[in-house]
Design a protein around this ligand. Structure first.
Ligand code: PLP
Length: 410
């Protein structure tokens, strides 16, 4: 569907990619196409479909339901095109391969990867246990210091830089624009995992990133009922690499999942703004509680990158809030979580309901206390993904948890 270029983001998220089926009986919402193969009037037309790379021939090469999701994500991120994957990890893998493929080449030639030190756990493992294990030089550095980052880029001569727009679980904010400038000056490509910000807070491609990756399992799906990922590319060249790796590696998104994700995107703006609003209230409230030692939230004036966050995130500060319990013992943490009646103790994030997780027993379990300490992750750290419930109900539940955490064990 052609769309007026002056439509606002929320309008585009609802209408992009829809109403595009065969003329005559056009459904308002793209149907779930389960067909693996597609028929053409004659062999010449099939030949042309193969040659032009347009039109559908086989499910692993493209699917109309998936294409609708890819189109809306392309618009949301203001990119040249998108490729959907079966999970966020599959998307990140393909994005790194595409970023490491030089112009004119059909295979990656990655001389080095420079990555943020505090990436999502599985992303760190992908770099360590997969890329480094294949003799790619992988270096981790603290991206909060742009000068240190530029120096690391020069010494490592990395071809690919990987970072998260807001890190997890300490919620530091990356200066994507400054980092992108350094990357391009050094001939490196920048991959931004924008899962925690979503295109509602930040569109990394407009700040100079080359590829933006989302675990669509999180905010984009938003209801904890679908696993998926997507990469949006800045150029046609990177898009072509992504499509090639998607077809070869085969970690494609299924049509049922694509339909759920397209549906999720339509309410992403509403959900995200409400979640950020609730998270701001939760962070301010936690900051005043005697049982809490420290709150990590980019919206708080005390957050080290508060000013940068204001600039980078369009006036919202995300919907994740982390905090340190004053009593950082395992017993107190467990009492806190077990006393909660509303907040769900599950590992994911970005859902419409509030979730709690304890990094020391989940995402950062495999690190030694020393490694956690080096990353600034204290033993009493609690991570919340704030949902869209009534904020007063979230606060009462957290109050219940804090009282239980504080209660002396008999
Ligand atoms: C969850 C997550 C991933 C991995 O996504 P999956 O859909 O679980 O494969 C990658 N990056 C971030 C920031 C995540 O939160």
């Amino acid at each position: 569907m052609s769309e007026p270029s002056d439509w606002g983001m929320q309008t585009r998220l609802i209408h992009t990619g829809e109403h595009t089926a065969a003329p005559g009986a056009t459904p308002t919402i793209t149907p779930i196409y389960t067909s693996v193969t597609y028929l053409y009037p004659d062999t010449a037309a099939l030949d042309e479909a193969f040659a032009s790379n347009e039109g559908y021939v086989y499910a692993r090469h493209g699917n109309p339901t998936v294409a609708t999701f890819e189109q809306v994500m392309t618009v949301a991120e203001q990119g040249a095109g998108a490729v959907a994957f079966s999970s966020g990890m599959a998307a990140l893998h393909a994005a790194i391969l595409a970023a490491g493929t030089p112009r004119g080449e059909t295979a990656p030639q990655i001389r080095g990867i420079l990555a943020a030190r505090d990436l999502y756990g599985a992303s760190t493992s992908l770099l360590h246990n997969f890329f480094a294990a294949q003799d790619v030089a992988v270096t981790f550095c603290d991206l909060c210091d742009p000068a240190a980052f530029a120096a690391a880029l020069e010494t490592t001569r990395a071809a690919v830089v990987v970072l998260e727009s807001i890190s997890n679980p300490l919620l530091t904010v990356a200066d994507v624009a400054a980092i992108a400038r350094s990357c391009h000056a050094a001939g490196a490509r920048l991959v931004v995992d924008g899962t925690l910000t979503t295109p509602i807070l930040q569109q990394p491609l407009t700040l100079g990133a080359d590829l933006v990756v989302h675990s669509a399992t999180k905010y984009i799906g938003g209801h904890s009922d679908v696993t998926g990922g997507v990469v949006v590319a800045r150029s046609g060249l990177l898009l072509a690499s992504l499509q090639r790796y998607s077809r070869l590696l085969g970690a494609i998104l299924g049509p049922f999942e694509a339909q759920l994700l397209t549906r999720g995107v339509k309410t992403l703006g509403l959900r995200m703004r409400q979640q950020c609003h609730n998270a701001a209230m939760v962070s301010t409230w936690l900051d005043e509680q005697p049982e809490v030692a420290h709150v990590y939230y980019p919206g708080l004036a005390e957050h080290p990158q508060h000013v940068l966050a204001r600039e980078m995130l369009g006036g919202l500060f995300g919907a994740m809030v982390s905090f340190d319990l004053k009593d950082g013992s395992r017993e107190a943490l467990f009492r806190f979580v077990d006393a909660l009646k509303l907040v769900v103790p599950a590992t994911s994030l970005g859902d419409i309901y509030t979730l709690v997780s304890l990094p020391i027993i989940s995402s950062h379990r495999d690190l030694t206390p020393q490694q956690r300490h080096e990353r600034g992750i204290g033993d009493g750290l609690v991570r919340l993904s704030v949902g869209i419930e009534e904020v007063s109900d979230i606060l009462s539940d957290l109050q219940r948890g804090l009282r239980a955490a504080d209660a002396a064990t008999p």
